[in-house]
Design a protein around this ligand. Structure first.
Ligand code: 13P
Length: 340
């Protein structure tokens, strides 16, 4: 057990005007994103890309923490400075993805269970030694014909709580991420129902397993219609429905809720957060922990070329600044126009 004050760390992660940069794609996932843009994926190209993101000037004005992958937390600048040191020096908390991925769930066709509990106590100790202050574990819930099953929700909620308890025992703030996917043609009403069921199961398990709510951050999906739904939802409707769901299921002791972007466009993810921030005081801070919605424009600008580093960094900064503004509901289309 370390002496880190987990409550203070959780509060720092959700500090006003800032959010979390999720840059924890596994080698397989980042390689897929690279391939789509014709960028070759090697340990060095992945290092170079994370170097671009993590050294973006002024990033700490809008970013409180950055989630890294196992490979990245062991990499660093060309001069040998490890990335966690780079982050600490700039005032950004380093985080680490500790799950080992979503694998087929036995007896539940089409569904997954997130793995990574074996040896987790030891890995947490190692990651703390490497500079990590918080962790992430992502559970995946798919909506479909007869899905999700009770088994899928129950097993994933149980694993999330085991992970969170181990993190707090070892000295890391757990980001608890149950993601109800946007894939499919389901309605926003169905997403509301499944997200509610999932969050009730997760907070039940967290309570059963003694997880301290003040020392964690929740990372949920927004409540939104499936990508293939015939009726797509408006910004106000997503914001209102998401808050209604969270108010019914998330205890006030949780310091903050940091949304994932889940496949929304960067601008829409910002608009949704902006709308929720304007809907009056909530029991918890509302913030962002976006992956694609922060990185996509930056990766597209970089294209794997040193000549594009500045453009890639300003693209990241721009999204971070827009989302920072969305925290106080001061984001506007004018901010996009200014940057264009
Ligand atoms: P997206 O914002 O791209 O959904 O990624 C967030 C994340 O960390 C998924 O685990």
């Amino acid at each position: 057990m370390t002496d880190y004050d987990l409550t203070a760390t959780a509060q720092a992660l959700v500090a006003p005007g800032k959010g979390i940069l999720a840059a924890d794609e596994s080698v397989a996932t980042i390689s897929k994103r690279f391939a789509a843009l014709g960028i070759t994926s090697t340990a060095e190209s992945r290092r170079a890309y994370r170097d671009v993101l993590l050294t973006a000037p002024d990033l700490a004005s809008y970013i409180s923490g950055a989630i890294l992958y196992d490979e990245t937390i062991r990499q660093g600048l060309p001069d040998g400075t490890p990335f966690p040191d780079v982050l600490h020096k700039s005032g950004i908390l380093p985080g680490i993805k500790v799950d080992t991925g979503a694998k087929a769930l036995a007896g539940a066709p089409g569904e997954t269970i997130t793995e990574g509990l074996d040896g987790l106590r030891e890995r947490i100790a190692e990651y703390i030694g490497l500079g990590a202050r918080f962790a992430k574990w992502r559970a995946v819930i798919r909506i479909g014909d007869g899905l999700p099953s009770r088994t899928c929700i129950a097993t994933n909620a149980h694993a999330l709580a085991r992970y969170a308890a181990l993190c707090q025992e070892g000295g890391l703030v757990p980001i608890v991420e149950p993601e109800v996917l946007m894939d499919g043609a389901h309605t926003i009403e169905r997403c509301f129902e499944v997200t509610g069921q999932t969050l009730r199961a997760v907070f039940g398990e967290l309570a059963d397993q003694g997880v301290v709510l003040e020392e964690m951050v929740l990372k949920p999906n927004m409540v939104i219609a499936g990508k293939g739904a015939s009726r797509q939802t408006g910004v106000e409707e997503v914001a209102e429905t998401t808050l209604r769901c969270l108010l019914r299921t998330v205890p006030a002791a949780v310091p903050g809720i940091a949304f994932l972007s889940g496949g929304q466009s960067p601008e829409l993810a910002t608009e949704h957060l902006n709308a929720m921030s304007g809907m009056g005081p909530m029991p918890w801070a509302l913030t962002f922990s976006y992956g694609r919605a922060l990185q996509d424009p930056s990766l597209a600008a970089w294209k794997g070329e040193a000549a594009n580093v500045e453009a890639a960094q300003s693209a990241l900064l721009h999204r971070a600044r827009c989302n920072g503004a969305a925290r106080s509901s001061t984001y506007s289309a004018a901010m996009e126009a200014e940057a264009a």
